[in-house]
Design a protein around this ligand. Structure first.
Ligand SMILES: [Zn+2]
Length: 203
């Protein structure tokens, strides 16, 4: 159990560092988490950047976002993570980022198409855009997220419209890599659509 916790903590810190270094999340936004068991998770504390996540500010909450261990509060966004862990037992890590191209594409399209060979190979299905009323997906709107996964069991992510990517994986590191790939794909998808429209207008 103890070793298991160390592995999970290391996954959390590695994913936080990698996501920060990739530049897809600036400032203190976004949130990542790692499942510890059937009711606890490690989450990024509120007000800290991905780059500032460390052993000193390690934060453990239950799946409803209530603080269990640590000196800092988690964000309200943690509740979505907890609900995903509760519903889908195979999810081990979640990375949520406010990355610009995914947000931009979500303002104009209902899904990000897998326009690159690599994204089609790795992600399997277009990334759906989900509309919710609040920043921290409330209980009554969770069905929209669950529906997307139930419609497509190989789904590894979705985009909250105008807000950002939520990527899931067996580990947080895998979820982070998925978020990076989606941001890159969203950029190419967006530029490709722009170019197509430009070409059509010139005809
Ligand atoms: Zn967010």
């Amino acid at each position: 159990m103890y070793l298991n916790f160390i592995e999970k903590k290391n996954d959390f810190l590695r994913a936080a560092g990698r996501t920060y270094d990739s530049g897809i999340q600036t400032g203190t936004g976004g949130n990542l988490s790692v499942r510890l068991d059937d009711h606890l998770m490690i989450v990024k504390p509120s007000g800290f950047s991905y780059g500032a996540c460390s052993e000193e500010n390690l934060t453990v909450t239950d799946f409803s976002g209530t603080l269990v261990q640590g000196n800092y509060q988690p964000t309200r966004e943690s509740v979505l993570h907890g609900n995903l862990y509760k519903k889908f037992t195979e999810i081990g890590g979640i990375v949520h980022v406010h990355s610009p191209y995914a947000i931009l594409a979500s303002l104009h399209f209902d899904q990000v198409e897998l326009v690159t060979m690599h994204s089609a190979l790795k992600l399997k299905a277009p990334i759906p855009v989900i509309d919710v009323k609040t920043q921290a997906v409330e209980e009554q709107e969770l069905y929209k997220v669950f529906d997307a996964f139930e419609k497509n069991p190989s789904l590894t992510a979705f985009i909250l419209r105008g807000h950002g990517i939520v990527a899931v994986g067996k580990t947080a590191e895998k979820a982070g890599q998925t978020a990076e790939l989606i941001e890159e794909t969203a950029m190419i998808f967006w530029e490709d659509e722009k170019m197509k429209r430009l070409n059509n207008n010139q005809k």
